[in-house]
Design a binder for this molecule. Structure first.
Ligand SMILES: [Ca+2]
Length: 375
């Protein structure tokens, strides 16, 4: 950080004290405390302040895309361009766990989402772009903290159309034990409204890629339709599923995901007045967000902003646009933010994304950072 941006001592004391209070307020269950007041009275200060509490967990990551924290305390990070999975230990040291076979990075494609399924065999799931498609694969994860390794890779779902952009790529297991996959339209916008295409969709499948009996359409992996490039999914404490989505020119979206619903792309971007389509709960202009990773902690959602270079803290309220609100933190402080996750001891972890070819890398980028959620 340059001297120019370094706060004066008196400002620093204020800075260190404020973020915990701000974040505690934002994560408080008490909705009577109105975060909008903080936003109005001291937005710049709060954002600058929050940066002072951000600490590096690991640096020197190369185009990291997703992270998943293991029970051992280690975090696995996917590196988009070289297809490697990196272990970040609790002490911040890094080592290569292995490489996902077949990754071909082009544009926004490469090694993208990660998920872990514990069991007799612990499986590491990955979403990758290959020479021919986007696909979901899984590899046995063996070893323990400091010695993790990957076994023989197998396919879970192949044949998703790929493109230089709109590759989607977030994967996660829901509370129902099913695997959810966000698939972009791969630059074929009409695919999003085609129920026969798996592109422009959120998919729901069994851990081996089968169609669950209770999917919205019998025999189909399609869970929801009409998505452009969704890259974040999360479930809140009430069991509601949320997804973030990149807009085209105007509106990025946070959507409440319900089975069988159609989220409008490409007929509608942002809110529409068409009863065939489900409106987003929160929208942003594309320069404010360009949203990717999403996590639910307590009664808040945390959303990583790439182009927006900020962290969005969202109170989803009762799940409609009139009761939801969003507050920006860390604007410009870390550059592009790709993913968010719950960290140890009441912290939030962020994965920056300044080495992906669209960012402006700073010394130490890319980094895995941590900040306190509450005092
Ligand atoms: Ca939409």
């Amino acid at each position: 950080m340059s001297d120019i941006s370094r706060p004066t001592p008196s400002r620093r004391a204020w800075s260190l004290a404020l973020p915990v209070a701000v974040l505690a307020l934002l994560t408080s269950a008490c909705t009577a405390a109105d975060p909008a007041d903080e936003r109005r009275s001291g937005s710049g200060s709060a954002e600058t302040a929050a940066a002072a509490d951000v600490t590096d967990v690991a640096t020197g990551l190369e185009a990291p895309w997703a992270m998943v924290r293991l029970d051992s305390g280690s975090t696995l990070v996917s590196q988009r361009d070289d297809g490697t999975v990196v272990e970040v230990a609790d002490d911040g040291s890094t080592r290569t766990v292995g490489t996902v076979d077949g990754v071909v990075h082009q544009g926004e494609g490469g090694l993208l989402g990660l998920a872990v399924l514990p069991g007799e065999t612990t499986w590491l799931y990955a979403y990758e772009t290959t020479a021919t498609d986007n696909r979901v694969v899984r590899l046995p994860l063996t070893g323990d903290a400091g010695s993790y390794a990957l076994g023989e890779q197998e396919d879970v779902l192949t044949g998703l159309a790929k493109a230089s952009n709109h590759d989607g790529g977030r994967i996660a297991f829901g509370p129902d034990g099913m695997l959810y996959v966000t698939v972009g339209d791969a630059n074929d916008r009409d695919a999003a409204q085609d129920p026969e295409s798996l592109n422009g969709k959120i998919l729901r499948m069994t851990p081996t890629g089968g169609v669950p009996d209770d999917n919205p359409t019998a025999g189909s992996l399609v869970y929801t339709l009409g998505h452009r490039n969704p890259q974040g999914i999360a479930w809140d404490d009430e069991g509601r599923m949320w997804a973030s989505e990149f807009g085209q020119n105007t509106y990025d979206e946070l959507n409440l995901i319900e089975p069988g619903e159609n989220y409008g792309w490409p007929e509608v971007e942002g809110e529409g007045s068409d009863s065939r389509f489900t409106d987003p709960v929160v929208t942003w202009s594309t320069d404010e967000a360009s949203p990717s990773g999403l996590v639910s902690i307590g009664d808040r959602l945390y959303l990583a902003g790439l182009g927006g270079e900020r962290l969005w803290v969202i109170d989803p309220g009762s799940g409609d646009a009139s009761s939801a609100s969003a507050t920006a933190l860390l604007e410009g402080d870390l550059g592009r933010i790709r993913d968010v996750a719950e960290g140890p001891g009441g912290t939030l972890r962020l994965l920056t994304n300044n080495t992906d070819g669209r960012g402006d890398p700073r010394r130490g980028d890319d980094r895995l950072v941590e900040l306190p959620l509450a005092g």
